[in-house]
Design a protein around this ligand. Sequence first.
Ligand code: 5GP
Length: 262
Amino acid sequence: MKKGKKLYEGKAKVIFATNVKNLVIQHFKDDATAFNNKKKAKINGKGVLNNRISEHILLNLSQIGIKNHFVKRLNMREQLVKLVDIIPIEFIVRNIATGSLTKRLGIEDGTVLDEPLLEYCLKDDKLGDPLIAKEHIYVFKWATKKEIDKIEKCLLRINDFMIGMFRGINIKLVDFKVEFGRYKNNGKNEIILADEISPDTCRLWDAKSEKKLDKDRFRNNLGNLIEAYQDVARRLGILYEQANITPIKYMKPHSLKFKKTK
Ligand code: 5GP
């Protein structure tokens, strides 16, 4: 398989063409952005960790029947994924109120929600990914009712699965953002989970101390982002335990030791 030209460059990832029909390469960069691109930094090793963590989660989701774009990991920063036509909506699932929800509605930070709250944002950087109602999706034909019904069922299953997976390693799944796309399969459009699921796109709190193990460390200048992502990878069992482990930011990506994918 050959890597082709760059098709799209986002804030944290680049998509490259391949010579295989309907397959593309998703490359994870070290770039971190927040507050609608106003805050930017390069954090050495972030892309490597997100590539590996997202692979682990998407493989696990496949095993419970959640169809997604992941095909295989190619190297430390790249994975082969199915080419999809991305639905321009960011789907947010919340279990605990924090972030923009608390700011917008004055809800106390840390309030545990009685049931998962689904929110929809238009994927548009220029507009700052505004929150929209489900009706906007139908009126502006960003997706059909049938597609949204399917996605909502999927969101709740992904949430249930991930709550359990993270609870097992003493992490609270506070909220997350996912994206879906249309994949052409034998001439038919199939809705599949796309993009990534990683500490860049989820809020993860240590179950006991509520220490933030996600991108809020960057957003809120808490520092030690790589150590936190490394902690998530280690708890998920995908990063080898090493005595006196060198913080990833001081390591060359090729010297990181990840467990083999089953
Ligand atoms: P909030 O709306 O509170 O800022 O974010 C809710 C959840 O969605 C958080 O887990 C956050 O990381 C994720 N999220 C929302 N928008 C984006 C985005 O544009 N990029 C990334 N990486 N995550 C997002």
